[in-house]
Ligand binder design. Sequence first.
Ligand code: ACM
Ligand code: ZN
Length: 506
Amino acid sequence: MNILPKPFRIDIGEGGFSFRADGKVATDMPVIAAMFGGADAASRVRFRKGDTEWDYELKITKQGVTALAATEEGLFHAAVTLLQLTGGSLETDLPVCTVYDKPRFGYRAGMIDVSRHFFGVDVIKKMIDTMALFKFNHLHFHVSDDQGFRLRIDALPKLHQIGSERKGTCGDGEPHGGYYTKAQIKEIVDYAAERFIEIVPELDLPGHTRAIVAAYPELSCSGKATEVASWFGIHSKILCTGKERVYEALDKIFAEMAEMFPGKLFHLGGDEVAKLEWAKCPDCAATYRREGLKNLEELQGYFTNRVINMLKKYGKTPILWNEALNSGTLDKSAVVQYWTTDRPSAEKVKKAVQEGRKVIMSRCAPYYLDYPCGVHSLKAMYELEPLEELGKESEKGIMGVECPLWTEHVADAETLFRRFYPRALAVAETGWSAPGKDRADFMERLKGVLFLLDRKGVVYTPLDECDPGKIKSALQAAAFGMKMQRRCDPTSARNWRSMRLREPRV
Ligand code: ACM
Ligand code: ZN
């Protein structure tokens, strides 16, 4: 049966049921009624709340359909499953069966980077709408980076007035900008909540902050004026760890963001912090000495734990990219998002999970969707099993899975959706379904549910391009590598990882 992600258990009976007539369903949830032909209390397709140990049960008999769940979220999942079973036509005979279903992981997410390229509310809503049809339940919203700050913060208006605009992109000379008003963020958050998706905002700190520093140069170590980045790569104009006004400004941003994004999770970034300026800054040096730190990683650890503590007063659970483990001091409450592919990081993440840390599996290879299919194929995405990577004993520590879509090289909505779909559906399956992979079965079910994307007018990568052969893959990899090089800031701190930075000594 074409259900994706694959349900936990299906008991198949004999015969079928069709709700051809007008396709209405008995539900008091408008979002479910809208998936079918509307609501009608007399319909033989009924959604009802009640006790069950499952996320939902969906019972199809010759007489009708009953969806049962303890929560509205479970009923929504049942509706999605039923919609998939129709195969796009209410005329279809639904097979007599009972589906018993529940998710493997509580966190099933995609990420959109709206800093490198800005996407309007309609695009974000379309992404949410389609993600919900495959039981994703979080959208990680990367709203701040070197190339643009995308929120309106009333207490710090230069963040949108200056920080949301750049002069061009990799030398094209065409200004690029945009930010979301508070009303627009509410529209996105409410729309997502109606589909049981939580928006997880990311304020990437303390690196990837050149747009913030362009708006408020006094938050950097040098205090010198700079511009919002027009090129990609790693930038070293970052927040200072030693100036109190940095923490004061961040608290103002947290206060407004916590209100805009009412969910529990809040991403604090922590990746790719090129600490060049910290090593030369008297304020960072004073912090370093006062706190008795031994290296610059510990200085990042100090900064991170301080902002985590600030965030706690808003009742949020912090998430950080896995470099935040490098200090060895990361606050216990922080969830780690595992993305890097190097062996030492993998070992640190593994150890962290064994010590009880919650982790999101998001390894760049193959989960990053900005890479072409020739580099991160649908097959590779489908076949990644989180436990194989992090060890059998890590099941409890894995909070879930996420496929990020960075947008350095994604400038329009069509490319955004093409990169996201259908590969993200492999991650949706890993996040929801019980372990055990069967690629042929997955591909069959995938073909059977793509009508949901067609119906929404979403353009996705055709299946015969999702797993290119060796030669095509090599060509795509080479072209992508060259594009990354070409669009990288030639003066950026590209080699920051190998730089031997000394402790602050001023
Ligand atoms: C990342 O890809 N820099 C998290
Ligand atoms: Zn400093």
